[in-house]
Design a protein around this ligand. Sequence first.
Ligand code: NAD
Length: 254
Amino acid sequence: MQLTLFELNQIFDVSVAEAEQLVLELGKDSVYFPGPVNVASEESVQEGVRKAFERFGRIAGCVNCAGIIRAGLTAAREGEYGFWGLQTVEDFRSMIEVNLVGTFSVTQKVALRMVDQEPFNEDQERGVFIQASSLASSDGQMGAVGYAGTKGAISAMLLPMARDLSRYGIRFNAIAPGVFYTPMSAGFLTKDAKPHEFPPRLGRPDEFASLVVQLVENSMMNGTTVRLDAGMRNPRPELINPGGGEGFSNAAER
Ligand SMILES: NC(=O)c1ccc[n+]([C@@H]2O[C@H](COP(=O)([O-])OP(=O)(O)OC[C@H]3O[C@@H](n4cnc5c(N)ncnc54)[C@H](O)[C@@H]3O)[C@@H](O)[C@H]2O)c1
């Protein structure tokens, strides 16, 4: 879906293929890709933010969606790990680096510039952040210990961020999606899975985008995580994994 809330958008993505596809879909006039940005690298983020301000002069909003998932159980008896395997410390750390440190780092570098911008509405707002949390932030799945940890922390960071930056008119919200059909969820679900209460189908990216627009436009939304889950409460994994999917993967590695 084309996001019309900002006239111009810059994509931060480590995957050139994913980013260039978006530029093709949305058009060069509304989307700018400055080259790969790895959110887990402070230098890379610094450089991406510098280019964004060079190109646009200001940033009104920032949607932090970069994320990875690496499944694995906390522990089990030998031979009883099943589909999930063990959550390795290495995988745990990589999710912390990308999902958590990445979200903080992009937020910080952008906010450091936003504070000096001219306010753009009568509430004296200077900017708004939308972070991608997850249902796992509150109802973590079996096998999602590291992922849930990062998403819980993303939600927990909202209020201190909102309090740190309220004097500059900068707001922070997060969206906690149920299950949306994207390259990430294709790793463990088939397209026809029905994990939600109603509508039972998987969520669509344009439905996520539509909530982003609302959170940007509604100045009273601040410091909170909004569930976008069609009434879903995470069931046991066998109920949402009807034998489909390609195995866990991440777009950054394809
Ligand atoms: N799809 C779902 O059902 C679902 C549910 C809850 C939360 N989320 C969250 O929503 C966000 C978007 O997920 P998605 O489903 O679109 O996944 P996706 O894999 O399609 O997109 C994630 C993007 O992040 C990029 N990325 C990965 N590592 C990066 C890095 N180090 N630096 C910069 N970019 C990097 C990838 O290249 C990819 O384009 C994620 O944070 C995810 O955790 C997704």
